[in-house]
Design a protein around this ligand. Structure first.
Ligand code: NDP
Ligand code: 2IT
Length: 449
């Protein structure tokens, strides 16, 4: 196991996030490898950490002033052991191959937990949609899809949204795919309702994260009623996490973006959430504007001199990191524990550094890693694919009920895997073991391919 970590570190020394994601899984599955000596002979770790295919391409596009720009596009097809490659596209200036590989790797295990037949993949670009006009975003998406189209398909690889890719981008990407292929198929998920999208898909990641956390609380005979919650981010996942927490009686006091965070002691109610949705989804504005409309709240711009994020340093019961990877550093982890936070459900992918994860596990918090907690998004993407295949669309209640059942089942799977490997109550180990066993067994059934 140490060998495999050195191998991937030496092969791609700069891919730090990928190493981090692999290390966590490898450490969790140690008892599985000990129980199954044939896994070693079959080199399952070497196979599962090497993508089946990596696609990197040039994305040239023209801005509104006719200036040409070039970005880099990626699609990492990590594993097709249990279904077609499935996972989102991220458009953010920080995107590089290491980030996309970490996300694709996480996606393999997450998709394995959903009970649906989806392999793992992820893609994106270092394009920054912030401040771009709709026309610029459209031309970028068209250029991106001009290359990606030859690699994907409804039975091959089905991308979706992630950071910087929402309904607008999925629309432009889908339009270009359809034009190039002359095919109207479910090749992307997260589509708008009128042309193949699924009810509840926009809500699914946030709702699912809260459903998972509610399952964890239920093991202690508790609910969200009256609980104070810290939420980071203010995009898709943060918004629908906030909405579901309100439905279940929670009080949400924070939201953020990359510029800073707001602390609203009175709680973010439905009217304030609607304001944030308008601000973020329509006006594409900044969280700093929140206090102009709600002056009782406070805004704290990011302070580069601080070695912790003050958002995680408030008294609360629950935390929902919903922005990006490694947004909770070791000190933030300690602050959360010291402030009495005892429920942490990760809407974002890998938002906590390993030292913080260790602390949460050591203190026996109800801590759900992203690959379990945020699997509701891709699960409803799987339901969108099913509806597209049938050319049917299910009502809201049906999709929401299926989502609830899937999150319950993921929770049960994590608990059972933890129990059977002697790591009771450790959702990190439970999720990694259950996802790993499912994917590895499928790989072995299919021979050396
Ligand atoms: P959005 O683009 O809708 O929102 C992202 C939010 O996070 C914004 O508020 C953004 O602020 C903030 N953010 C992004 N990068 C950073 C950064 N480097 N530092 C501080 N803040 C940052 O994305 P989503 O809500 O879809 O995704 C959020 C997280 O959830 C990601 O980790 C994603 O991988 C994960 N996820 C998403 C799923 C989905 O279905 N969408 C499914 C499962 C997981 P700003 O606008 O200033 O950049
Ligand atoms: O990280 C994720 O699971 C996503 N961004 C959603 C992927 C999907 O295919 O819906």
């Amino acid at each position: 196991m140490d060998e495999i970590i050195s191998l991937i570190q030496n092969r791609d020394p700069e891919q730090r996030e990928f190493h981090q994601a692999v290390k966590e899984v490898v450490e969790s599955v140690r008892p599985v490898l000990e129980r199954n000596p044939e896994y070693r002979q079959q080199a399952v770790l070497e196979r599962i950490t090497e993508p089946e295919r990596v696609i990197m391409f040039r994305v040239p596009w023209m801005d509104d002033d006719t200036q040409v720009h070039v970005n880099r596009g990626f699609r990492v097809e990590m594993s097709s052991a249990i279904g077609p490659y499935k996972g989102g596209l991220r458009f953010h200036p920080s995107v590089n191959l290491g980030i996309i590989k970490f996300l694709a790797f996480e996606q393999v295990f997450k998709n394995g937990l959903t009970t649906l037949a989806m392999g793992g993949g992820k893609g994106g670009s270092d394009f920054n949609p912030k401040g771009k006009s709709d026309g610029e975003v459209m031309r970028f998406c068209q250029s991106f899809m001009a290359e990606l189209a030859r690699h994907i398909g409804p039975n091959t690889d089905v991308p979706a949204g992630d950071i910087g890719v929402g309904a607008r981008e999925i629309g432009f990407l889908f339009g270009m795919y359809k034009k190039l292929r002359n095919e109207f198929t479910g090749v992307l998920t997260g589509k708008s309702l009128d042309w193949g999208g699924s009810l509840i898909r926009p809500e699914a990641t946030g709702y699912g994260t809260v459903y998972f956390a509610a399952e964890m609380l239920a093991t202690k005979s508790q609910t969200f009623e009256g609980k104070t919650c810290l939420v980071s981010g203010s995009g898709n996942v943060a918004q629908y996490t906030t909405e579901k927490l309100l439905d279940l009686g929670g009080k949400i006091v924070t939201l953020s973006d990359s510029g800073g965070y707001i602390y609203d002691e009175e709680g973010i109610d439905r009217e304030k959430l609607a304001f944030v949705q308008q601000l973020k989804n329509i006006r594409r504005g900044r969280m700093s504007e929140y206090t102009e409309t709600y002056p009782n709240a406070e805004y704290f711009p990011v302070d580069p001199a601080l070695d912790y994020n003050p958002l995680w340093n408030h008294k609360a019961d629950c935390a929902f990191p919903s922005a990006t990877q490694n947004e909770i550093n070791a000190l933030d982890g300690k602050n959360l524990v010291d402030n009495g936070v005892y429920v942490i459900a990760e809407g974002a992918n890998m938002p906590s550094v390993p030292e913080a994860v260790d602390l949460f596990v050591e203190h026996k918090l109800l801590y759900a890693p992203g690959k379990a907690a945020n699997a509701g998004g891709v699960a409803v993407s799987g339901l969108e694919m099913a509806q597209n295949s049938m050319r049917l669309s299910w009502p809201r209640e049906e999709v929401d009920n299926r989502l609830k059942q899937i999150m319950k089942s993921i929770h049960r799977t994590c608990v059972d895997a933890g129990d059977s490997y002697g790591v009771q109550g450790n959702y990190v180990a439970g999720a990694n073991i259950a996802g790993f066993v499912k994917v590895v067994n499928a790989m072995l059934d299919q021979g050396l391919v």
